[in-house]
Design a protein around this ligand. Structure first.
Ligand SMILES: CC(C)(COP(=O)(O)OP(=O)(O)OC[C@H]1O[C@@H](n2cnc3c(N)ncnc32)[C@H](O)[C@@H]1OP(=O)(O)O)[C@@H](O)C(=O)NCCC(=O)NCCS
Length: 184
């Protein structure tokens, strides 16, 4: 497992990949925070803070280093965030929010962000990524429904939207019980 990222991220991480002409992906920095918040406001609206995902993130540890921004030139066009949580004593990643600006949708920015997030989580040694979202959207990235009753969240949720994606063979083993704050 790499070092926890409550340590501040470097201010200018190198681009990790270019996706199509002019698109750059790189790890999120503290300086990106307000642009990411604006993007998420536009994508999800003010009601987003009531979602169960936000209750999970309240107890999670945000991982700058495993969260990615997509830029066209200087403009932020997409973001995926990941946070660390604990389930059954195992450190796992919680993915979200995940959004692409309305003008940039439908050309693979979202897919590139998800694949980069999964790759980084795997490289950091995490066994699994959990999220609350549409199976129709995330199944193309290997996410599946969590078996009913296996994981509980801090608030009521629709079990059909609780998805996981093991990052290695058997990554889901022992990942059962309530979502808790990450261990120290
Ligand atoms: C979801 C989102 C991030 C995808 O970004 P994107 O850059 O358009 O993604 P891509 O271009 O890589 O992929 C688009 C594909 O996802 C599909 N898709 C988007 N949202 C979907 C959904 N909720 N359910 C099923 N499929 C969905 C599109 O129809 C498209 O399908 P196609 O490739 O077969 O044409 C973007 O639509 C968005 O920001 N939506 C609003 C916020 C949101 O819903 N975030 C996910 C929260 S769980």
């Amino acid at each position: 497992m790499t070092s926890p990222s409550d340590i501040a991220a470097p201010t200018a991480p190198p681009p990790v990949s270019g996706v199509g002409a002019g698109l750059i992906l790189r790890a999120e920095t503290s300086a990106d925070g307000s642009a990411v918040e604006t993007l998420n406001d536009q994508a999800f609206g003010p009601g987003r803070f009531a979602k169960v995902s936000y209750a999970v993130r309240e107890l999670a540890r945000f991982r700058h280093d495993l969260s990615f921004c997509a830029f066209e030139g200087e403009t932020l066009v997409g973001s995926v965030r990941q946070s660390e949580i604990s389930i059954g004593g195992k450190a796992v990643l919680f993915l979200g929010p995940f959004a692409v600006s309305a003008e940039a949708r439908g050309k693979g920015v979202g897919a590139a962000l998800i694949e980069q997030a999964l790759k980084s989580g795997s490289k950091a040694g995490f066994p699994l990524v959990l999220l609350v979202g549409d199976l129709a959207l995330f199944s193309r990235h290997g996410f599946e429904n969590v078996p009913a009753g296996q994981i509980s969240l801090p608030r009521p949720f629709d079990p059909r939207r609780l998805l996981w994606r093991p990052l290695r063979k058997g990554g889901e083993d022992g990942v059962a019980g309530p979502v808790e704050a990450p261990g120290r």
